[in-house]
Design a protein around this ligand. Structure first.
Ligand SMILES: [Zn+2]
Length: 72
């Protein structure tokens, strides 16, 4: 069990980096709520665009905004 946790802890930064790279490569994911039918104009989750920013991308934008506000 301890070895498993150690392995997980070792893999976590790599997985995180891969996820960040993945988010930077394609920051827009398809909307979960209207996925089967594609676009749905009445969908409130994506405002009818059928695309939503990934969680990692939202975090990146948030952190970038924080850094920009802090540097001034
Ligand atoms: Zn949608």
């Amino acid at each position: 069990m301890v070895q498993f946790i150690a392995l997980l802890a070792a893999c976590l930064p790599i997985v995180t980096l891969c996820y960040i790279g993945f988010c930077l490569a394609s920051p827009w994911g398809s909307c979960v709520r209207c996925r089967p039918g594609g676009r749905n104009r009445t969908c409130r989750a994506c405002n009818g665009t059928g695309k939503r920013p990934r969680l990692g991308w939202q975090i990146y934008v948030y952190l970038r905004r924080l850094y920009r506000d802090g540097s001034h």
